[in-house]
Design a protein around this ligand. Sequence first.
Ligand code: CJB
Length: 831
Amino acid sequence: MTKHNNTTKPGGNGESIRTGMSEEAIRLAFLDNLFYVQGRFLEVASLDDKYKALAYTVRDRLLHRWVSTIRTYQQANPRTVCYLSAEYLPGPFMGLNLLNMGIEEPTRKALQSLGIDLESLIAYEQEPGLGNGGLGRLAACFMDSLATLQIPATSYGIRYEFGIFQQDIRNGEQVETTDNWLHYGNPWEVRRPQISYDVKIGGHTEHYTNEQGLHRVRWVPHETFRGVAIDTPILGHDVNTVNLMRLWRAEAAEALDFHAFNEGDYYGAVLREVRSETISKVLYPNDAPEIGKRLRLLQQHFFVTCSLQDMMRVHRTTGMPIERFHEKFTVQLNDTHPAIAVAELMRLLLDNHHLDWDTAWHVTRHTFAYTNHTLLPEALEKWPIPLFQSLLPRHLEIIYEINSRFLDEVRQRYPFDPDRAQRLSIIDETLPRHVRMAHLACIGSFAINGVAELHSQLLKETVLRDFYELWPEKFQNKTNGVTPRRFMLLSNPGLGSLLNETLGHGWETDLEQLRGLEAHADDPAFQERWRQVKRQRKEALAGEVHKLCGIDITPTSLYDVQVKRIHEYKRQHLNLLHIITLYNRIKRNPALDIVPRTFIFGGKSAPGYAMAKLIIRLINAVAEMVNRDRDVAGRLKVVFLPNFSVKLGQWVYPAADISQQISTAGKEASGTGNMKFSMNGALTIGTLDGANVEIREDVGAENFFLFGLDADAVSHTLANGYRPWDYYNANQELKDVIDLIASGFFAHGDRSLFQPLVDHLLQHDSYLLLADYADYIACQDQVSAAYRDPQRWTRMSILNVARIGKFSSDRTIAEYCRDIWKVQPVPVKLD
Ligand code: CJB
């Protein structure tokens, strides 16, 4: 719009339809792509044809910048970040690419002149669901910020053929169907068949002495596959930098096994090909791993070896010796999913490059840094030794050697503490023996970080305590952030315009500039405009809710929202206890004057997580009863949005009045939804957990609804014989709520359906819902009181946005660059 806008006419003075940025160039490019790529003319083009024609038009302009970026990097040979992540949730590309390139307006006009509505094409795009939740979305925010900050970076992962399942709700239950996102093709990706690597698995190793008398190891695999690169360009905001997301697709080593083919085993040959492709077939739909799945370990090894081999290929082109690999590349491990990289890099350096152990270990230890994303013990990956041995025999040898050298050091340092070596060991010796991936990651990395202050602190005190005592200098905190381009500018254009008008441009890439809003927080005219922006987004969401669920919601009601993966620790059921409390209050006193609320839920449960699925059922069951009860009509409404995604989130975050961040303190590593809501002027009701702590610090305690036990109180309560039953007996409203669920009221009289949930709450309540209930309800009452005072509420909302600057992923990435990666921006000029 502003700086790239080029009004020269195509043809006339040289503006190419492949690169031109004017309305006219875009219009011609669109028609050209429609004709020559899609083979269609306007009158017969389907929505898909038009979407693709526009996507190719945008992609041409991306490739232009990409080529310039590669040229620049080739000349400058800069230190480069490689982000290894098994998951990415980038969201739909079209809208963001137009926005980042600054051609939204000319594109809108170009299409308008052809009778096409840009929004309908943007809405048509299906997003790649190559992740489960927070961790994958964080990786996508990081890509956006890396490109925007002009940092040379490649994000490596797996190009799953089927991403996270589609969630349907049938009879109130989650039903999973496959996500066939590639069915109509993906115009944003570029296949690179010539960039492919061998991936070995299974078999055995052979140790031998070469002609020079040197010890060598040969891995004789049982099978070999290939990984082929599929690239997606990632453009920064208002810059020319295009970095790559390079995802690997598994293929058979040869298209068909000709040996088998010649022997007449056509069927077997084809089967082998199918089996190879299985590796990148489907994303594991768990947000915490189910331990011990062979295919999952294979996936991890698959993308890690392809990525490291790819870095080595690039490294060769620089002419630097392999001993300096770590000077060219810094590799971030996004949780333990890629932790096998520590052993794989050692293998490549020892067996392929024939470095000696100490040199190889020096390079490895200076290459990797590890981010931990969770304290939940069930999420710490461990692999059974027999499985590991059968798939990755050479890696297991290397891991044993790393471990033995490491434990020698530990014993020397703590000679009178044999338990410590056991606790620190990569191998968990309790039967059946396992490889602890977090330990491998800690030992092989030069930096270890958590994702919020509290989480990093708890890491040092609990799961990684022994490592912290050993190497305190390795530990850091990098509080998460999210990209304001997607989650403010793109999702909330009304807010974007108001901010531009009030503050001028610049805040989009320097979010601290939002502080300038503080001066307007009490200005009645500004407040009125603020409320209009929110109102408009609430109406838009109401339209979506109607489309998706057939439910009408009222934009004047308070939108009280909880969207995130469904998990007991996130306590969607605590939210339900509040809803049922309000319901009971109205039933007992039909004239009760309460603030009308619309409760909105969204999120997927792991398919095998029975309790989370039961929570979804209860949400829908409560919705059914509440929404059809005339006594509460106009005052309470409950909605479960099916198939929550990045795309749906873009409707939800800007429309929320209240953001529910109510996990049991100490369980949510950071949370990032909390930031997206707050950036859009929602107020948070939350516990002192994850990044909530820092959000509250920054926006001000008076602009945040805090409740519940803190992390210390949670551990003490659990350690001192917690009895949920006592809370149940002591609180009549709580008792009424639990009794109502137990009575079968929400299950057409069936007392058994929600029994497991009720029993768990009364007997164990591991996530302390009952202990936090009273405080939560009291806090929600304060929320209602505040909402009755629009001036106060609006002021709080404005101040939330004004003070949210820290939670831009630009800040997070700048810290990683400075403290961990030691990389500098490399600006790119357009060729
Ligand atoms: N997280 O999404 C996942 N998956 C995991 O396997 C482990 C953690 C989440 O990562 C986010 C990004 O750091 C955090 O904000 C969130 O608290 C955490 O649960």
